[in-house]
Design a protein around this ligand. Sequence first.
Ligand code: FES
Length: 316
Amino acid sequence: MACHVDFKGEQLVPVAEGQTLLNASLKAGIPHYHACGGKGRCTTCRVRVLAGQEHLTPETDAEKTIRAVRHFPGNVRLACQAQVTGPDVQVQRLIKDDADRFIFINGEQENITEVTGERRKMALFFIDIRNFTPFIEAHLPFDVIHIMRRMFSLTRNAIEQYDGRIIDTAGDGLYAVFGMDTKIKKATESAVLAGLKILEDVKIFNNTYMRPYFNHNFEVGIGVHVGKVIYGNVGIGLNNNLTVMGYPVNIAARLQAATKEVNNSFVISQRAYSLLKNPPYSMDSTMLSLKGVRTEFEVQLIGKPYQYSNASAQTQ
Ligand code: FES
């Protein structure tokens, strides 16, 4: 067998039968990291297989052990272990210089999938606390921060109870995703259950704390959509900056913003709603014009109409 392996962005490397990817690339002059000398221990030789995975030898025991410990995605192989058995294999080295080595190896306690990035269907969840500005203006900084912490903790508990992950916070809102480890139907169910729990918990918080102590009622707006997004860890900031990007994220944010316009606290896209096995009662379905979206967008309104939209009526 004489064939070539395409090291993406580098060169086409000839491979002989029984030769590992690492041997072939080193022979071709690629400065392929191999800190343990090809013994399957260091993982610095790792590559992402972009094509032709079926033309590589099965995982060795060393790879199986490392995969179990470090949770490599299925398409990452150790070049010192994998041999080529057929044509059309394309791989990409993941560690190309010392900076890469630092990112990948030092961050190894983190999830390798997050470091290498992945495209995945997820449920995207945006929530914003309504009528917070009048509260800020009427209360001491201590109270404002304390209440904000209470509201965020209530929100975070519900999101984490349903295995969601908070990606970012901005002002009095936050953004979370569901489906890092589950299929999209389950992820959507979880996002909806978390949202409904938050609505219920905010009601209780208003009754037992906010009204008695502050004569104020909070309301929230929630938007949920589903779709394929890219997620990965860019290595800085909140959450070690797990980032989730893509068009569906923008849609979910706009659905959240639309809660005001449609006067309902929970707006979910029809696409997400149709994935639910036991969909909650929807007060209405409607078509929305969303900024940046060419056609009208069908949504279901599964929250409640706002009761305290006139902020001045409720602050002290
Ligand atoms: S060179 Fe160390 S694991 Fe491959």
